[in-house]
Design a protein around this ligand. Structure first.
Ligand SMILES: [Zn+2]
Length: 243
């Protein structure tokens, strides 16, 4: 199951020729990548990749929210406590959909629904109950507490990522691609148009290219047709005699 998901989540962007850094997956940052687990929301082939608690765990492991050891422990716990695991999964889906509404509603000029805010606040309360500060090199640092073997531990960490994003300036630069995926526009001119230039961007460029080519062919066809031209023959006028 885990290996299958790992294959499925392979980024569609590939390593650029002149860099050692991989391109990010659609979404650019973790929370937006989580929102994009509902793939292609705006197209006919929309697909929700979070089917159940196990899928949620696999995603969290793939994206580094939990370690592989934690994945194995929680996967077993999830099988033992199916109902509780299903509730965590449902709450994770609610977190995702609330985040989507926080992004999408203002874009459409709509007010964010109070229910989404209510769910979000509930999740934040639960997550905050597991955060405390500990001394690290005589400096208070935020740490997670009482997380071991807790089915909801990955969800609380996701909630923290969501809070960080909503509180950040970056939240103003979240955009939605025509396919429905959200992404973070970090370009200087804030003019990025696609979640992934190698998929959506490429499709749009091909469309424009085909359209221009068709138009060009039409112009050529019209230019090839014989045209009847009206030529007016003007009689030369005698303007005077040469001496
Ligand atoms: Zn896209």
């Amino acid at each position: 199951m885990y290996k299958t998901l790992k294959e499925r989540y392979r980024p569609e962007r590939q390593w650029p020729a002149n860099s050692t850094e991989p391109f990010p997956m659609e979404g650019d940052i973790l929370m937006l990548q989580f929102v994009n687990t509902f793939r292609n929301r705006s197209t006919g082939d929309r697909n929700d990749l979070l089917h159940d608690y196990e899928c949620l765990l696999a995603w969290c492991c793939e994206f580094g929210i939990i370690s592989h050891d934690e994945y194995q422990v929680l996967e077993l716990e999830g099988r033992c406590y199916e109902h509780e695991a299903a509730v965590v999964w449902q709450r994770a889906v609610k977190l995702r959909e609330s985040m989507h509404q926080f992004i999408y509603s203002p874009m459409r000029g709509r007010e964010i629904h109070e229910v989404d805010l209510f769910y979000f606040n509930e999740l934040v309360n639960d997550a905050n109950a597991h955060i405390r500060f500990e001394l690290d090199n005589n400096r208070p640092r935020q740490a997670w507490t009482d997380m071991e073997e807790q089915l909801a531990a990955p969800l609380w960490k996701l909630v923290k990522h969501a809070v960080d994003l909503v509180n950040s300036k970056a939240f103003d630069y979240v955009k939605k691609c025509q396919c429905g995926n959200v992404y973070l526009d970090t370009t200087h001119g804030k003019n990025r148009r696609w979640c992934n230039p190698l998929t959506c961007g490429q499709t749009a460029r091909m469309k424009t290219y085909r359209k221009r080519r068709q138009e060009g062919e039409r112009v050529k066809e019209n230019a090839g047709e014989p045209k009847i031209m009206n030529v007016e023959i003007v009689e030369p006028k005698c303007v005077g005699q040469v001496a």
